[in-house]
Design a protein around this ligand. Structure first.
Ligand SMILES: Cc1ncc(COP(=O)(O)O)c(C=O)c1O
Length: 374
């Protein structure tokens, strides 16, 4: 079960808001809730942040935006990526703000604007080279946009390639390109009221990249893009299960598929009902640690589809371990053996990935329980 602490989420949003307010002109803050709010439940997360914690939301897909509208979310919703020609009309009809990221969308926009006024954000490729109108294509796109009736370019945006790098030099290269792009807009008589570029990492460390609005994702969920930048952030997700079965194995006995781990002594093995089909990566086999009775214990043997095995020999000897005991895979736990915390960043490092993938990999079959609706 994944427990989602909406109170912690709100506190993170408030802390981030306070950090953003340190500059001379506090930016608006949009919460990025794509991919089911990084696995936390988009509708619940959005509802929890509609008390003024954020000014709007960003999603990747039109479908994600529609789900928010159907759940009663009234704040502005920006659709960041998959904006096809067909999706454009649907997005506008649902009161979502499309991002025009490719010249091919301008023609589709003309058709949609015949039905009524449309506000859009224009995305410029300043160096990530994935999406966005290139600077070469920009003058032509601007000319065509300018000629369109009923279309207002309310925002201009870009996205950084490596704002979380130790050396943010490439951000400056991108910012220079972004300045050129904005000058081109101005030359075409376009001055969007929302200029934005920053994800969490850029918002936290590059004050000059905050502009009018920041798009805050991972930091809201309590994972820092790099250590010590925002130490007060609280992990929002706590992933827990229970000991399903316990057994003693003799020294030298193998545990799990392929017998990849063998007991080096007489050992107590706890089986837990979570596996790679839940998003507990197979790469964590004999790598991850979990919390039992407040202390760390190592996952041993191969993680299988539905189950994993944990060496609880020492804990069982000193504190006792029983079937039904809580096992925490992500988040904190206190118990007779102490207090421990496992963060998504730690799991990411063990797997060789990033916290984003750890959080979004948690599959649908893991029930989400939201607390602190407050
Ligand atoms: C365009 C865009 N902006 C903002 C974000 C949020 O990034 P982060 O989670 O690093 O804050 C993302 C996420 O990938 C994105 O694609």
């Amino acid at each position: 079960m994944a427990e989602i602490d909406l109170g912690a989420l709100r506190r993170n949003a408030q802390s981030l808001r306070a950090m953003m307010a340190e500059g001379p002109r506090p930016p608006q803050m949009f919460a990025v809730v794509k991919a089911d709010a990084y696995g936390h439940g988009a509708v619940e997360v959005a509802r929890a942040l509609t008390g003024g914690e954020v000014d709007g939301f960003c999603v990747a897909l039109v479908e994600e935006g529609i789900a928010l509208r159907e759940a009663g979310v009234r704040e502005p919703v920006l659709v960041l990526s998959s904006m096809s020609r067909d999706a454009l009309g649907e997005a506008v009809a649902r009161g979502l703000t499309p991002v025009i990221h490719d010249p091919s969308l301008v023609e589709a926009l003309a058709a949609v604007a015949q039905r009524g006024p449309v506000g859009v954000h224009l995305k410029v490729d300043t160096g990530l080279h994935r999406m966005g109108v290139t600077l070469d294509a920009l003058p032509e796109v601007l000319k065509r946009l300018q000629a369109l009736r009923g279309v207002s370019v309310e925002g201009v945006m870009t996205h950084f390639a490596n704002a979380d790098d130790d050396d943010p030099a490439y951000c400056d290269v991108q910012l220079a390109q972004f300045a050129r792009a904005r000058a081109m807009l101005a030359a075409h008589g376009l001055s969007p009221k929302m200029v934005h570029a920053a994800n969490s990492a850029a918002a936290l460390r590059l004050e000059h990249a905050r502009f009018d609005m920041v798009r805050m994702g991972i930091a809201l969920y309590g994972a820092t893009p790099f250590p010590n930048t925002a130490p007060g952030l609280l992990p929002v997700m706590r992933l827990r299960t229970e000991v399903l079965a316990l057994r003693e194995v003799a020294s030298g006995e193998p545990v799990g598929y392929g017998g990849r781990w063998r007991a080096g002594r007489r050992s107590v093995i706890a089986t837990i009902p979570i596996g790679y089909a839940d998003g507990f990566f197979r790469r964590l086999s004999s790598e991850a640690e979990v919390l039992v009775r407040g202390a760390r214990a190592r996952v041993v043997g191969n993680v299988s589809m539905d189950l994993a095995t944990v060496d609880v020999t020492e804990l069982a000897r000193v504190h006792g371990v029983s079937v039904g005991d809580e096992v925490v895979l992500l988040g904190n736990q206190s118990g007779p053996a102490g207090f421990g915390v496992i963060r998504s960043e730690e799991i990411a490092e063990r797997v060789g990935t990033i916290a984003y993938e750890v959080l979004t990999a948690l599959s649908r079959r893991v029930p989400r329980v939201h607390r602190g609706h407050g």
